[in-house]
Structures are given as C-alpha cells and as structure tokens.
Write a new protein. Structure first.
Length: 231
C-alpha cells in the first residue's frame, strides 16, 4: 500500500501527539516513496521532525530511577537456547570488551540492557549497550544483522533513551566522572539495510542526525569476534 505526501505528514502529526513513543510509530519505519511526489517516506518524516525539533526534544521527559542504573547481575552470561539475537549480541560485545581490548570508536562496553523505567507503568525501554571512550559515554541502539528497521527508527529510539535517562545519576551509578558527555548512536551491521540507507542521498535524515549529534557505527563479525567502523 502506498501513501501520498499529505497522508505521511498526517500520520506524523498524529504520532507526534505522543512524542516519548514517536520512534515506535509505524510511519517511522515505512520504506518506499510517496505515490504523488516520489519522496522517500523517511525523508518526509525526518523533515517533519526537523521543522519542530525543539518540540520533539522537549517532548521526551526525563525519568529518574530510584534504583540504580547499574545492575550487578549483568555478567555477560546468557542461555544459548534463547532466540533473542540482539540481546545475545549485546552480551557477547560486553564479554569481548571485558576479556580483551576496547572496541575501535566506541571504546569499552560497560553494560547492556540498562533499565530506564522507574516504575512499571513508565513508557521506556532499555538501553541496548553503554560504552565509554575517553570522556564520551555512548547510548548505543543495537540492531541485529538482518534487521529491517529504518535508520531513522534507530536514531529516534536511541535519542529518546538519551533524553529519558537521568544523565547525572547514570554517570554516578557507573562511577563515571560528571564531566563525561553522553551521546546516542546507532550500532548496526555493516552491509545491512541501515548501512545501505546511509550510502544513498538522504539529506533530511543526515541533517537530522547531525542536529541530534548522532553518529552511526557499523558492526562486523569475523571468527566470533566483533569489530566496529565508522563507515
């Protein structure tokens, strides 16, 4: 089913009524072009956000946890029978950094599945991965190698988690200096659909990412070991 330009923008307006979960809106994950103007859906959605960027950023409330962000039970061990591919990859990355050198560009993985909710009713997910390199802490939105989600979805989900987290408490709970900068970035597989999007002409998406200070990182796996690149 195809949509016109006006229909895509109307869907954006409707989804914008609930900004904390805007990243989950179907329209954010649409692929294809409008039936009347031939514009990429994701470019229209990106442009819509750019036009009200302050509203988007201010519409995501911070949630301060009474419990610690640090979960002492996170040890990198998992049930090999589970089908939760992204969670397994996250734990493998955590264990790799624990046992070996930090990863290029993103540094050491210090946690995975970091909780954001304070109470059960809070509309917040979990941070896939937390890493630190120099004085920058990355909230990494990880996608599995065969994920079909748009890069826009990855960007908005990671940024939403960045705004949701209580930065000062997050750093304190992990015993990190308050001077650290906290950023959100997608961590997707090299050669995957998100990587492919970034190789094309997507000026609105790339402008939005720049405005959100969101730089993507790309993951490859060779012989059971992961590597990270910037392109």
């Amino acid at each position: 089913m195809g949509y016109t330009r006006a229909e895509i923008l109307q869907k954006c307006k409707e989804a914008f009524r609930n900004i904390p979960v805007f990243y989950k809106a179907d329209v954010v994950n649409y692929r294809g072009i409008t039936t009347d103007t031939g514009e990429l859906y994701s470019e229209l959605v990106s442009g819509f956000i750019i036009d009200d960027l302050s509203g988007f950023c201010s519409g995501i409330p911070e949630i301060s946890r009474s419990s610690s962000y640090f979960v002492k039970e996170h040890d990198g061990h998992y049930d090999p029978g589970t089908n939760r591919v992204e969670e397994i990859t996250a734990m493998q990355l955590y264990s790799q950094c624990k046992d070996n050198a930090p990863l290029d560009h993103i540094g050491s993985i210090i946690d995975y599945q970091t909780p954001l909710k304070n109470v059960r009713a809070d509309k917040a997910g979990k941070i896939d991965l937390l890493s630190i390199i120099d004085r920058t802490v990355y909230i990494l939105e990880l996608k599995k190698s065969d994920s079909t989600e748009t890069m826009l979805r990855c960007v908005l989900e990671g940024y939403t988690y960045l705004k949701t987290a209580d930065r000062k408490k997050l750093l304190s709970d992990f015993k990190l200096p308050d001077s650290c900068e906290v950023k959100a970035s997608p961590l997707v597989f090299y050669g995957g659909v998100q990587w492919a999007e970034m190789q094309g002409e997507r000026p609105a998406l790339k402008q939005l990412m720049k405005m959100l200070d969101c730089k993507p990182f790309y993951l490859t796996e060779k012989s059971g070991k992961y590597y990270v690149t910037e392109e």
